[in-house]
Design a binder for this molecule. Structure first.
Ligand code: NAP
Length: 313
């Protein structure tokens, strides 16, 4: 096994992201000691049952004591409270990072509490599923996914390189950008798709002309692909909407304009326009597959659901 990068890593929050980190840190031997902290005794007990760390505490200060790397993996709206709580216990020279899906808000919440000598490097791994909690994590989550850093103007390059090395050994590719650019980009590639999915699934749920059983029965026609996104954690997505408000509203405004134009083409029977648009968008999927961010399997790789294997009796 290769050399650890850190002596002690503290994971604050042990849900999908925190527990995936715990698993990959262990698998790759990235730390000699993994300290786990989460606010509820029940989640902590589950993390311990799963053997995710070396020490466990509901006291975040206890967990960060002597840690060289602290990774905060909690809903973005809780970042400030966590930073305030742990600040007095942080070791000088430690690197503190987060995984939050919005960056400008996380920086505004956490930076004021950062003690002198602690390297605060905001981050966001673009990797996830619709599941949450410590059971949902897996060591391969970050493989071939991007991890974006939004370093501050005074970020120490050596600390940034050390954290980059950590994420590379978790399997990720690294990119850096400024927080506002991150928030705008993520608004279109992640936040808007989730909001649209929440909305369409909500609309279908409200329909009275079509019964709920028909929506479920015929869902393979397209609807179910939205339900995966719309099954994502409500706390996380409430916080993303509240903490990336401006960028999301900007993207929603553009989306609504384009939707109105599509609506108009349908109303006026403008087949050329519809065909041109649907052709253009098809090419985007090809580029995502070419970039290795999706597999080229028909029907979104869900053959097994369409033709389920009968379980052994
Ligand atoms: P998760 O599975 O729901 O786990 C959340 C963790 O945060 C749990 O340990 C939970 O503790 C803790 N927590 C919840 N509310 C808290 C609060 N008010 N104060 C302190 N701790 C709190 O969530 P996740 O999917 O790992 O997401 C964590 C972070 O990663 C979020 O900021 C999210 O934006 C970001 N992210 C998520 C994804 C994704 O696809 N899920 C992808 C990239 C980044 P208890 O269980 O003990 O209450």
């Amino acid at each position: 096994m290769s050399q650890p990068i850190f002596e002690k890593i503290a994971l604050l929050g042990i849900g999908l992201i925190g527990s995936s980190l715990a698993r990959v840190i262990r698998r790759e031997g990235l730390a000699r000691h993994i300290a786990i902290s989460t606010r509820s005794a029940a989640t902590l007990a589950r993390a311990e049952e799963l053997g995710l760390g070396d020490s466990y505490s509901t006291d975040a200060r206890e967990a960060v004591k002597d840690a060289d790397l602290i990774i905060v993996s909690v809903p973005v709206g809780s970042s400030g409270a966590v930073a305030e709580e742990i600040a007095p216990a942080l070791k000088p020279g430690a690197i503190l990072t987060d995984v939050g899906s919005t960056k400008a808000s996380v920086i505004a919440q956490m930076q004021p509490f950062m003690p002198e000598g602690v390297h605060f490097i905001p981050g966001h791994p673009l990797a996830g599923t619709e599941k949450s909690g410590p059971d949902a994590g897996f060591a391969e989550l970050f493989e071939n996914r991007w991890c974006i850093f939004t370093p501050l103007p005074d970020t120490d390059p050596a600390a940034l390189e050390k954290l980059s090395e950590f994420w590379r050994r978790c399997g990720s590719n690294i990119d850096t950008m400024d927080p506002e650019h991150h928030d705008m980009t993520l608004a279109i590639v992640s936040h808007l798709p989730h909001i649209i999915a929440y909305n369409i699934v909500g609309t279908a749920d409200d329909l009275e002309a079509v019964t709920k059983s028909e929506v479920i029965k015929y869902s393979a026609s397209g609807f179910r692909d939205f339900t995966r996104l719309a099954a994502s954690d409500p706390t996380m997505w409430r916080d993303v909407c509240l903490h990336n408000k401006d960028a999301i509203l900007e993207m929603l405004a553009r989306f609504s304009e384009d939707l109105a134009s599509l609506q108009r083409a349908i109303r006026w029977g403008d087949g050329d326009k519809l065909f041109e648009m649907f052709t253009r968008t098809r090419a985007i999927r090809r580029s995502i597959i070419d970039a290795g961010q999706e597999v080229d399997v028909p029907n979104f790789g869900r053959e097994a659901i369409e033709h389920p294997v009968k379980p052994a009796e």
